[in-house]
Design a protein around this ligand. Sequence first.
Ligand code: 4AD
Ligand code: MG
Length: 461
Amino acid sequence: MKRTRIKAALASDTPVDPIRIQGWVRTRRDAKGFSFLEVNDGSCLKNIQVLIDHADPAAAHLKEIQTGASLEVTGALVPSPGKGQKWEIQARTLTLFGPADPESYPLQKKRHSDEFLRTIAHLRPRTNKYGAMFRIRSECAFFVHRFFRQRGFFYLNSPIITGSDCEGAGELFRVTTLPVFPPRTEPEADVFKDDFFGKEAGLTVSGQLEAELFACALGNVYTFGPTFRAENSNTPRHVAEFWMIEPEMAFADLKDTMDLAEDLVKEMTRYMLEQCPEDLELFARFVDKTLMKTLETVSGTTYERLPYAEAIDILQKSGKAFEFPVAFGSDLKTEHERYLCEIHFKKPVIVYDYPKTIKAFYMRLNDDDTTVAAMDLLVPRVGELVGGSQREERYDVLKRRILENGMDPDDYWWYLDIRRFGTVFHAGFGLGFERYLMMLTGVTNIRDVIPFPRTPKHLEF
Ligand code: 4AD
Ligand code: MG
């Protein structure tokens, strides 16, 4: 007999006999002559109720069947007299795979704090909230590929081990096979001569530079992969390993990236509301009561677009006492970003034309020689969700910017090369997948939207 997933069983139109399900016990309730098990197999939020008659052989192992135990049930799917459920299973056989000791199994039936559940990240997907979270995450990843495929983008696997620091922020994790690291006072070549690659290597902070090379050959490409930053900031918005979606388009300018980012966020949100209503509803009920309203705004309104200078002006005139002062030339902090979209505009906001001094070397210099063609998409709750730009396609300007940023043009010869042969205006952005999931679910700590978060001094699992 084929196994039925509980989601499919619950969606059945007719009684099914026989039926076979497998899963983990969420709760057990005993009554006179009967026991009721709530069983979940991860396929959906809902449990299925299993009814066991104590007079049946199925009741033989009942004593060991406690919360957390894994089992298989065969029996009949019949209409349930209980309220709130259409179907239940009357068990004929019950096979226990693995018991769970009630003294030590940490997920007993009560509400656990997110902090506690982080310490048992190997078990937290068995809770309602985290089961829902990671089903949502999976569905969302699927949508990303669908979105770009429908628009004719090619999926690019950019390398994870790299020698270049795309953002130039010095946040590269080092990759080495050297047992002892030689002092950095020696010439570079000597330091790394016995290392695996014979040169300094690290984990990528962004697939952008490689995506640019491919966009300038295939037209439109995107990457969607893990990204690493040794940023020593313990905020609820940063992890050392996160997933980024990075589209790159040839023959495209800053406005094209704004349009694409807005479309992506809107369509993804609409799709998720359609595909995962039950799982999202859980977050709207227990995590953020305003969630559905936020998601309506994110999926249904036209985003505000304004230059950085205007954003600074609004913030300065707001009369609000920010923790970090605002002035032209300073980077926007989360509190400023959230003020703009939550209080001032009450919707997602795209800020563009940032001062070159606070942005990366590859962004296209504007004619004012002060700002670059950069854009950030800011969303309620999260602040910066997307960072993007039109890229500097002029060889001489790019080389100058590399030097101004204290980088070595020789390290980027290949990046400069595509500006020598058939250079083309092009643009793209990066969307932090975890930041998006925070916005989508109302969860305020990034550690709770990624299966196994990596943060300073935390590397469990
Ligand atoms: O703004 P960032 O640094 O932009 C880039 O990396 C560009 N190379 C992207 C591109 O143009 N192709 O990062 C992009 C996004 C941020 O807006 C944020 O959502 C997310 O990545 N992000 C992080 N998410 C979680 N933890 C971190 N430490 C993050 N750093 C950035
Ligand atoms: Mg950024």
